[in-house]
Unconditional design. Structure first.
Length: 114
C-alpha cells in the first residue's frame, strides 16, 4: 500500500493509491453497466487511462508543459506536410507513366483524377 502526499488548492492531502485504483475500477464497471447519460467529465474521471496519467503526473514520471506539447504538434504537422508532398509527386509520376504507356487508350479506359 502506498500513500501519496499531494497539494490540492494549497492544502496538503494524502490518498492511498490502492484504494484510489479500486475506487476507479468500481466506477469504471458501474459506467459500463449504466446508461450513456453520464456527463463527459464524470466519464473522463472513470477512465483508467486518465487515472494512470494523473498518477504519473503526481509522481513526476511524466510531465506536461506547453513547449513539449507544441513541439510535438509541430513535428507531426511537418511530417504530414512532407507525406502530402511525396504523395503528390507519386501521383504525378503515376499519371505521367500511365499517359506514356497507354497514350490514347487512357481516355477510353478511365480518366485519372484524384
Amino acid at each position: 500500500m502506498m500513500i501519496w502526499q499531494v497539494q490540492v488548492k494549497g492544502k496538503d492531502a494524502a490518498f492511498d493509491s490502492d484504494e484510489f485504483a479500486k475506487e476507479l475500477n468500481n466506477e469504471a464497471s458501474n459506467a459500463r453497466n449504466s446508461n450513456l447519460g453520464d456527463a463527459p467529465p464524470s466519464a473522463l474521471l472513470k477512465m483508467l487511462g486518465y487515472a494512470k496519467l494523473m498518477k504519473e503526473l503526481v509522481t513526476k514520471k511524466r510531465s506536461m508543459d506547453f513547449e513539449t506539447i507544441e513541439n510535438k504538434r509541430k513535428q507531426r504537422a511537418q511530417v504530414a506536410y512532407e507525406r502530402g508532398k511525396q504523395l503528390t509527386k507519386l501521383r504525378g509520376k503515376a499519371e505521367k507513366a500511365a499517359k506514356e504507356k497507354l497514350g490514347p487508350q487512357l481516355a477510353i479506359i478511365a480518366p485519372i483524377k484524384y
